[in-house]
Ligand binder design. Structure first.
Ligand SMILES: Cc1ncc(COP(=O)(O)O)c(C=O)c1O
Length: 399
């Protein structure tokens, strides 16, 4: 494989489908309420519901064909690869983010030969990006949870300085932090990790589908994500990107029976030949929830049709009235981190986040309270009209 791999085939170009058209065609079930909670889970679009149902109906009739398995998983890998500018061969399908992050932890353990023992994780990370690393303490690694500022945002300069000391095995960070919406400067962190031979691991779940992530431009070694949030996919289907140079150099710590080329022939399974796939499939462990990957592929294809750049632009426009309201309101503070770098999430710190969240819920507006703030996570299916109403409710509740 060369860097010229067609990670973006010609049909990946945004088609210019408008968000209004997408709402009508794919998310009409949201009408009647205002769903601002993609950071917890996104709604399944109609096309994914239809494809998933059709698959399950054939499953019910025991009418699945051999192609249904391989083709479905291939389609899902292709969609994941296009999403992050990877090659399909660098994608391992996983049930969720945690499994992908544990693949990264396994790589760090395997690379321990060079004597590096420090793993850096900023404080306030979602626990999926903490426990896998803590498990490496059993193998003698030191996990350093680095302090954040008073808004809960990682101090990137301090992270860079720490990496520059040259003893860091891995830096693991969320592309977008779940509670504050802090969006990491991935390219800057990735370049520093590359310069110091530190593995750069990214939890992508709060970014993918809402903000652009490019594993090549951002210098990411391993990226892990579930599909249930901004990608509007099902629960139980996600993926890990593993940079191609790392794949051949590492055997999976816990292989599954499908990690091997020899098991592709179901008529002859009992050779037990140790011939791992030379692509990221070697990290996939056993049978996957194929019905979920049918839905995930369709959901990501929708995101690609809309275009992540355009989705992000739309989300920013939706957030503007919220930020204007907060700027004019004493006691409402948006937790904006890092030079105005925003993401899909706006967290508004208020005196009583639970009460404000309840006031919004009473008006059919779904947000969630997180760590003393109300978290707003609008997406490409939300409209300006909805956001204007949200601000009217906020005014009534807080002044
Ligand atoms: C940053 C982050 N990582 C991971 C997860 C979920 O991890 P998993 O997909 O393993 O359930 C979440 C939210 O549920 C999250 O916000």
């Amino acid at each position: 494989l060369s860097p010229a791999d067609p990670a973006h085939p010609p049909d990946a170009a945004p088609t210019g489908v408008s968000c209004a058209a997408i709402r009508a065609a794919e998310f009409a079930r949201l009408d009647g309420s205002t769903y601002l909670n993609a950071a917890s889970y996104g709604p399944l679009p109609e096309r994914s519901l239809r494809a998933g149902r059709e698959f399950q109906e054939r499953r019910g009739a025991a009418a699945l064909q051999v192609e249904d398995f391989g083709d479905t998983l291939e389609r899902a890998r292709r969609a994941c690869a296009r999403l992050v500018n990877a090659a399909e061969s660098e994608i391992a399908l996983t049930p969720n983010t945690s499994v992908g992050l544990n693949i990264a932890a396994d790589l760090v353990r395997a690379r321990a030969r060079d004597g590096r023992r420090a793993i850096i994780v900023p404080d306030r990370e979602f626990p999926a990006n903490v426990y896998g690393w803590l498990s490496l303490r059993r193998d003698g690694f030191d996990v350093e949870i680095t302090p954040v500022d008073d808004r809960g945002c990682p101090r990137e300069d301090a992270l860079l300085e720490r990496v520059a000391r040259g003893d860091v095995a891995a830096l693991a960070i969320s592309a977008v932090q779940f509670a504050t919406g802090y969006r990491a400067d991935l390219a800057r962190l990735g370049a520093a990790c590359r310069a110091h031979d530190t593995l750069f691991v990214v939890d992508g779940i709060q970014a993918l589908g809402a903000v652009p992530v490019d594993v090549v431009a951002d210098g990411i070694d391993v990226l892990a994500s579930g599909g249930q949030k901004w990608l509007c996919g099902p629960f139980g289907a996600g993926f890990a990107y593993i940079r191609r140079d790392l794949i051949g150099a590492h055997e999976p710590h816990r292989p599954g029976w499908l990690s091997f080329r020899s098991t592709a022939d179901f008529t002859r399974l009992l050779d037990y030949t140790w011939d791992l796939w030379d692509d990221a499939r070697r990290f996939e462990v056993g049978s996957l929830g194929i019905q979920a990957f049918v839905e995930l592929a369709h959901s990501i294809e929708l995101i690609l049709e809309a275009g992540v750049d355009r989705i992000f632009e739309h989300i920013r426009a939706l957030q503007a009235p919220l930020l204007e309201w907060a700027a004019d309101t004493r006691g409402a503070e948006p937790l904006l981190c890092g030079d105005g770098r925003t993401s899909g999430i706006i967290a508004l710190r208020v005196d009583d986040a639970l009460a404000l969240n309840a006031a919004l819920a009473a008006e059919g507006i779904t947000c969630v309270p997180r760590e003393g703030a109300v978290r707003f996570a609008p997406h490409f299916y939300n409209t300006n009209t909805e956001m204007e109403r949200v601000v009217r409710v906020l005014r009534a509740a807080c002044g």
